[in-house]
Design a protein around this ligand. Structure first.
Ligand code: CTP
Ligand code: MG
Length: 177
C-alpha cells in the first residue's frame, strides 16, 4: 500500500509542480492575448499567462530531472522510472489540461477563478495522461497500474486542495480552490 502511494506520487511529481509554480510566477501577457471567443467571452481568461506556463513547465521538468538523478544515483529501482520524455509530457500536459479546462469553463459561462469542482482538481491528471497516451503510451502501460491510477485519483484532489488552501493563506492564490 505504501509502495503504491509512493509510486503514484513519484509518477505525478512533474505534473503536480507546474500549477503552484504558475500561481507564484504567473502574470503578464495572457495566453489568449486578451482576445474573446465567438460567444463574446474570453478564450481562456487572465488566469492563464505565458509566464505562468513557461515557469510552471520548466519547474516541473527541473524537478523531473532531479527525480531522474536521484533514481540513478541511489538506485531507487522500486520506484517508477521517469525519463526525459515522461517528465516533459507530464509537466506540459498538466498545464495543457489546465488550459483546456479554462477554455471549457469560459464556454459554460464560469468566470476566471470561479470554482468548478472535479474539473479544477482533475484537469492536470487528464491533460498529463492524454498527452502521455498520445506521445508515450508504453510509459503509461509500464508504470501506471490500475492500483496506482486509483491512488492518483484519490491523492490528487487532496493535494490540490491542501496546496491551494496554503496558497490562499500566504496570498499567492486569490481563491482557496
Ligand atoms: N497561472 C498563470 N498561468 C497559467 C496557469 C496559472 O499565470 N498557465 C496563475 C494565474 O495567476 C492564476 C493562478 O495561477 O490566477 C491560479 O491558477 P488557476 O486556479 O488555474 O487559474 P484561475 O485564476 O482560477 O482561472 P480559471 O478559472 O481559468 O481556472
Ligand atoms: Mg482556479
Amino acid at each position: 500500500m505504501l509502495s503504491t502511494l509512493l509510486a503514484a506520487f513519484w509518477i505525478m511529481v512533474p505534473a503536480y509542480v507546474p500549477n503552484p509554480v504558475a500561481a507564484v510566477c504567473g502574470g503578464g501577457m495572457p495566453i489568449d492575448f486578451g482576445k474573446t471567443y465567438a460567444d463574446g467571452r474570453r478564450i481562456l481568461g487572465d488566469g492563464k499567462t505565458y509566464r505562468g506556463l513557461v515557469c510552471g513547465v520548466c519547474a516541473g521538468i527541473a524537478v523531473g530531472f532531479l527525480q531522474i538523478w536521484l533514481f540513478g544515483t541511489f538506485g531507487l529501482t522500486f520506484l517508477p522510472q521517469q525519463t526525459l520524455a515522461s517528465i516533459v509530457i507530464l509537466a506540459f500536459g498538466a498545464l495543457l489540461g489546465d488550459m483546456g479546462k479554462s477554455f471549457i469553463k469560459r464556454r459554460i459561462g464560469k468566470n476566471r477563478g470561479e470554482s468548478w469542482p472535479i474539473a479544477d482538481q482533475y484537469d492536470l491528471v487528464a491533460g498529463a495522461f492524454i498527452l502521455m497516451l498520445v506521445f508515450d503510451p508504453a510509459w503509461i502501460f509500464t508504470n501506471v497500474t490500475w492500483q496506482i491510477l486509483i491512488v492518483i485519483l484519490i491523492l490528487t484532489p487532496i493535494l490540490h486542495r491542501t496546496v491551494n488552501i496554503i496558497g490562499y493563506h500566504i496570498r499567492v492564490k486569490k481563491e482557496p480552490w
